[in-house]
Design a protein. Structure first.
Length: 164
């Protein structure tokens, strides 16, 4: 039923076979075999998906991608954010790429912002490039900036400081 593998068998050191490897290809003398697996480029992980029956209260931050199908009450920062048709986000969105299919109430800041025909946005959009499809509903202002992600809130920067 079980047999002992030939790989685990001890080889006599005095025999000439002890000097050769048991594989047809010689193993490199400078690198162990486990380093080949770590040298391969890492695959990009799939997007994190927040399902339609999920409600999140709090802020989300990732360097990866997020697809929201449920409800988020808080700010979101990501690389790519996709707001599903059934999704609702109440808070600020900051991402390199933003695709809005659902509802967003709050500021949207992104390098590339796309509002599809089913999008409903109530808030300001700060972008480098924007695309608004026919049928999208948008209430707010649109402002173009070369770096909308690190620019922060323009209203807070321009507001005068009140003296007491």
């Amino acid at each position: 039923m079980f047999s002992k593998s030939r790989i685990n068998e001890p080889v006599a050191k005095s025999s000439p076979e002890a000097q050769t490897t048991r594989t047809s290809e010689p193993a490199p003398a400078t690198k162990p075999a486990y380093e080949f697996a770590t040298a391969a480029p890492k695959a990009k992980p799939p997007a994190s998906i927040l399902s339609a029956d999920l409600t999140v209260v709090g802020n989300l931050r990732t360097t990866g991608d997020i697809q929201v199908e449920g409800t988020v009450e808080g700010d979101i920062r990501a690389h790519l954010l996709t707001v599903g048709e059934s999704a609702t986000i109440k808070g600020e969105i900051v991402a390199d790429d933003i695709v809005v299919n659902g509802r967003v109430v709050g500021r949207v800041r992104g390098l590339k912002v796309r509002l599809t025909a089913t999008a409903r946005v109530e808030g300001d959009i700060i972008h480098k490039t924007i695309a608004i499809e026919s049928g999208a509903h948008f209430e707010g202002s649109v402002q173009r900036q070369d770096d909308p992600i690190s620019a922060g809130s323009g209203a807070a920067k321009s507001a005068p400081i009140a003296a007491k």
